[in-house]
Write a protein that binds this ligand. Structure first.
Ligand code: MTE
Ligand code: MO
Length: 314
């Protein structure tokens, strides 16, 4: 299996990323920037209605331009600009999500049915394990609403998720050197999956999800590092044992199953104490802000981990 080590993010590497973004976002009269954002967003996005949901934040939204051009989605390449640039041929319709395993009523949900769930707009703080963060207005519905329909059995303890494998439309899955093994897989404990903060997102900024953000449906778990929020999901399976996850399989010393945002537990190669809010600050003086326990959602989720050693269960 190929083991990919994500680029080490140190303060001197953060600066070029910010300069890149501020150039694109703010000095962005650059023709290339406008052309890219035009294709990237309009290729798949359509207006999407949703009622306001809980969990509003008093923080400035990350500009849509940054949310849709600074991404991690290795199926389309390992650089932040790759997903927006390389996902234009990806077809998020038709689509179906199979929900199976230890459930009384296994069912494959067509996208049309998923889009008819009670959609809410929820603004969440997102924190990538690499040290940057965003504030994103998602549109989606609680994962619990889906789980309730299939009726998990008493023996179900975890939920395993899978991303689509489609090398013909995902250039990162067809290159000579594959950065990860596919499908991209993730998992949650059943109580984490059923927590009211955990949603399946089908849109952002009032539109359906752009391909680069995980069209047509992706997970959002705001108190965990970004890689837990798996994109373009085709399978959800209820299981009795802790499932494998892509980044733990790739490098278990650096990435654990839980991956709760925790400023007190450093990544082996960098501190997690602070973060850079994408799209803010000046290019020369990145203003790193303190990272909050559970990404600021401790009041809601800390009780899920009562009695657990979060240094051992990273
Ligand atoms: N299938 C899949 N899901 C994925 C990833 C990926 O490479 N493949 N990257 C993860 C990481 S590391 C992050 S930070 C978030 C980024 O989500 P965004 O691009 O919508 O901000 O997606 C996560 N989901
Ligand atoms: Mo991430």
């Amino acid at each position: 299996m190929s083991v990919y080590h994500p680029p080490k993010i140190s303060s001197n590497e953060i600066t070029p990323q910010r300069v890149y973004l501020s150039r694109r976002t703010f000095i962005g009269g650059a023709a290339a920037g406008l052309v890219l954002s035009g294709t990237a967003v309009s290729a798949s996005a359509a207006p999407l209605q949703a009622k306001p949901g809980p969990y509003k934040l008093d923080e400035k939204l990350t500009p849509k331009e940054a949310v849709t051009t600074y991404n991690n989605f290795y199926e389309f390449g390992v650089n932040k600009s790759d997903p927006a640039q390389n996902s234009g041929d990806f077809k998020p319709t038709p689509w179906a999500v199979a929900v199976e395993g230890l459930v009384n009523k296994p069912k494959t949900f067509g996208l049309e049915e998923l889009m008819k769930m009670q959609l809410e707009e929820r603004t969440y703080r997102m924190r990538c394990v690499e040290g940057w963060s965003m504030v994103i207005p998602w549109i989606g519905f609680p994962l619990k609403a889906l789980l309730d329909q299939v009726e998990p059995q008493g023996s179900a303890k975890y939920v395993a998720f899978e991303t689509i494998v489609r090398p013909s439309e995902m250039p990162g899955q067809s290159g000579f050197l594959q950065p990860l093994s596919w499908p991209y897989i993730e998992g949650l404990r059943l109580d984490e999956a059923a927590h009211p903060l955990t949603i399946l997102a089908v849109g952002l900024y009032g539109e359906t999800l752009p391909n680069q953000n995980g069209a047509p449906i992706r997970l959002v778990v705001p108190w965990k590092y970004g890689f837990k929020s798996i994109k373009s999901i085709v399978k959800i399976k209820l299981v009795d044992k802790q499932p494998d996850t892509t980044w733990k399989n790739a490098n278990a010393k650096e990435y654990g199953f839980y991956s709760n945002v925790n400023p007190a537990v450093d990544h082996p190669r960098w501190s997690q104490a602070t973060e850079q809010r994408i799209g803010e600050g000046s290019g020369l003086f990145p203003d790193r802000r303190p990272t909050l326990p559970f990404n600021g959602y401790a009041e809601e989720v800390a009780s899920l981990y009562a009695g657990m050693d979060l240094k051992a269960n990273y």
